[in-house]
Ligand binder design. Structure first.
Ligand code: UDP
Length: 238
């Protein structure tokens, strides 16, 4: 049973439960997908029914960001907590390293995935990086084929939302991977190109504010957050 927040169904899982569920997907025989919508993406889904369908069609939908958790609480259907995509990715990589599984990194500007791979290899020496590719390609089939020939078990697809979700739905099976995770700007963080907010901001639920101060050009996108809260209020009154 998923928890509905303005039409997007979220899995009610803790960080550990989400990682365990994702590891379970590796035992199956299809290409499973994980998505991590934040309030901005929920708003995109409200405007774009195709994006809504593809996100709700994922095998696991995680609440990235405090806004979704607040929204669910306001609607009296609370979630256990948020599961930021980047933390989910870190937990998953620890397990992949332990089990000798391999990971392909797709997305970001040229060299970012490569650099992220090198840094991740230092953090998780046992992790097998099957390959990397930047996110500014034209030939989708060629990328899917390259992933397939790398033999990767898991792919981090970091093309921004909802592009990455559409890509996973369309080309996921052709990659031969058992699990594809849509993780937005995570490779920029793993590569050290973008810093996450200090722990104080993360704990206070103000990571979005820190990000806004660092990257003021995000204001247009971030205006979707108050809009999201207004829509949650409207839904609550219904
Ligand atoms: N990106 C990409 N290909 C594209 C468009 C974007 O690889 O065609 C990358 C971009 O370089 C960035 C990520 O996708 O690394 C999106 O980052 P953003 O901060 O928008 O993601 P969020 O985490 O906010 O969804």
């Amino acid at each position: 049973m998923r928890i509905d927040v303005l039409g997007v169904g979220f899995d009610n899982l803790t960080h550990q439960e989400a990682v365990a569920k994702a590891m379970g997907f590796l035992e199956g025989n299809k290409a499973c997908t994980v998505v991590t919508p934040n309030p901005e993406i929920v708003e995109i889904c409200r405007e774009n029914p195709e994006a809504m369908a593809v996100i709700n069609g994922a095998d696991m939908v995680l609440a990235d960001g405090i806004g979704v958790v607040k929204g669910a609480a306001m609607l009296k259907t609370p979630l256990k907590g948020r599961v930021p995509g980047i933390e989910f990715a870190a937990g998953l990589m620890s397990q992949l390293a332990k089990e000798g599984k391999s990971l392909y990194l797709l997305g970001g500007k040229p060299n970012v995935a490569d650099l992220a791979g090198k840094k991740l290899q230092e953090t998780y020496p046992e992790l097998r990086i099957a390959g990397t590719a930047d996110g500014y390609f034209k030939d989708n089939d060629a990328v899917a084929e390259a992933i397939a020939s790398s033999g990767a078990d898991v792919v981090f697809v970091c093309l921004g939302a909802p592009k990455q979700e559409f890509w996973m739905a369309q080309y996921g099976a052709a990659t031969g991977a058992k699990l594809l995770c849509g993780l937005g700007g995570s490779l920029d963080v793993f590569a050290g190109v973008v810093q996450r907010a200090p722990v104080f901001f993360q704990k206070a639920g103000l990571e979005w504010f820190y990000r806004l101060c660092k990257e003021p050009r995000r204001i247009g996108r971030m205006m979707k957050l108050p809009l999201f809260l207004v829509h949650v209020q409207q839904e609550k009154r219904k």
